[in-house]
Design a protein around this ligand. Structure first.
Ligand code: CA
Length: 478
């Protein structure tokens, strides 16, 4: 898996040997790991927010926002403080959650709409990359369905056009999953055009609604209907909210509530965004309450996460959010673009109210559900049991060879202490001592060249090993 330049302990070598055996058996279609983690079968509920920033929840330090249900969930779950999205934008992180692979290995490094149309007027030309998750990739849904699970997807998908919708990737049920990364509007009937380009957008499966109905509420209604219909057997549900992605449209009463609360000195200043976060929180609360009241909570794993850092761009003239104290936001490989809320509650395994500082990445979810290290992901179950345990992994890698309003093409490597960014227009390096400088404000690449060079070498080796798509020079055009 992730090769480390640091020598591995005997225990790690043994665990790697076990891993190889598992991989070998799994390549034969034999699962040596099915028994321990899935007997009796646990249900899985994966709640994913869209563009929710690292400090957008009260339990992660938000000041304006109010998230009592997610804060209560944190007290019943393990809360990760160094959890990373594999990419700073939507589609690649979603692909990494489902497959356990780095987006660079999947050749899916930017979102669906941007993948095939790189700009040609920049210092380097970003690569054309895959705009859909290949059907031959094995998703969590496909693996669990083979084990008899009912599988459902509700909400944002953004992993390809109709031939690559959830139904083609192992989900029995798909409500609302399409090629689009954002709804036209959060208000019923959720249709229209122009806001995100010319095409007419809608949310399939939600036609029979009521005027005044709000998308975040409706998706939860649909998710609970799915659970009620299938809970006599093991089930796996994705409830992938659009919230709080643009358009920034909160319920008016909540917007008014947060406008009242605004005062000088707050980091979060967008009442509409705060209203959307409140709706997200309420709906997570509805799901958790249903699991409690129906008796399912004791045999249901619940994961809450976001797909990339908070958006620091503007909508209707107002900044969406801040990832304070982290630098930058969505699109960037600084911490604000990558670090996300991530909480997991595993009955019989996780310690309620614990905090875990070990760096983890979205790739790890796939391995964790299976209970075995696989592809680019590690099984996090040992961390749920013991929050000061360490994973047998010395570094995480990120690769975004594209432009965004917050970045130029860039790759990064993060060890427990250091983070190196290599900007691909001119190969310039930035090195940060993360524990001492979590805001990435003091670039020490020039004063610590030995660290910078070692990390650059490891980053380059990794890029070659996964065949990472790279930008090209305009001189090479044509
Ligand atoms: Ca997103």
């Amino acid at each position: 898996m992730l090769k480390s330049s640091i020598s591995v302990s005997r225990t790690r070598r043994q665990s790697n040997a076990m891993l190889s055996r598992r991989r070998f058996l799994s390549s034969l279609g034999i699962s040596s790991f099915a028994g321990a983690s899935l007997q009796p079968p646990l249900n899985f509920v994966f709640l994913l927010a869209d563009d929710l920033g690292w400090s957008d929840l009260s339990c992660y330090g938000a000041d304006l926002h109010e998230t009592p249900n997610l804060d209560a969930f944190a007290r019943s779950a393990v809360r990760f403080t160094n959890a990373y999205a594999a990419a700073p934008v939507c589609s690649p992180t979603r692909a990494s959650f489902l497959t356990g692979k780095y987006p660079a290995r999947l050749q899916m490094t930017t979102w669906h709409e941007a993948a095939q149309t790189p700009p040609l007027d920049k210092p380097v030309i970003p690569p054309k990359v895959r705009d859909a998750l290949p059907l031959e990739e094995v998703t969590i849904a496909e693996l669990l369905r083979r084990r008899g699970y009912a599988t459902g997807h509700v909400g944002k998908w953004h992993l390809g056009t109709a031939t690559h919708y959830p139904e083609a990737q192992g989900y029995d049920v798909n409500v609302g999953g399409t090629l689009w990364g954002a709804p036209q509007t959060y208000w019923y009937p959720y249709t229209g055009s122009r806001r995100y380009g010319g095409e007419f957008r809608y949310v399939p499966g939600l036609r029979n609604g009521r005027p005044g109905e709000y998308l975040t509420d409706r998706l939860t209604d649909e998710a609970l209907e799915f659970v009620k219909a299938v809970s006599n057997r093991p089930f796996y549900l994705n409830l992938w909210f659009h919230t709080p992605h643009t358009p920034i449209e909160g319920k008016p009463a909540y917007v008014a509530q947060f406008k009242e609360k605004l005062r000088p000195g707050l980091h979060h200043t967008n009442a509409g965004y705060a209203a959307m976060v409140k709706s997200l929180d309420e709906n997570v609360g509805r799901v958790l309450r249903y699991l409690d009241e129906s008796g399912l909570a004791d045999r249901t794993v619940v994961v809450f996460a976001s797909d990339n850092g908070g958006s620091v761009g503007n909508f209707d003239g107002q900044r969406n959010t801040t990832n304070f104290p982290l630098r930058s936001g969505k699109g960037s490989l600084y911490e604000g673009g990558l670090r996300v809320p991530f909480m997991m509650r595993w009955p019989g395994l996780s310690r309620a109210g614990a905090t875990c500082e070990e760096p983890i990445v979205s790739n790890d979810l796939h391995a964790t559900v299976l209970g075995a290290d696989l592809h680019d992901g590690l099984n996090l179950q040992p961390l749920l049991r013991d929050q000061v345990a360490r994973l047998a992994r010395e570094e995480l890698y990120f690769h975004y060879p594209h432009y965004y309003e917050t970045t130029t093409p860039v790759s990064a490597i993060r060890t427990r202490r250091w983070k190196l960014l290599e900007y691909l227009e001119d190969n310039r390096l930035e090195l940060y001592d993360l524990p001492a400088d979590p805001a990435e404000s003091n670039n020490v690449a020039a004063s610590r060249p030995e660290i910078a060079n070692d990390l650059r070498e490891r980053l380059h080796k990794w890029r070659v090993s996964v065949n990472a798509p790279m930008p090209t020079s305009p001189k090479m055009r044509g």
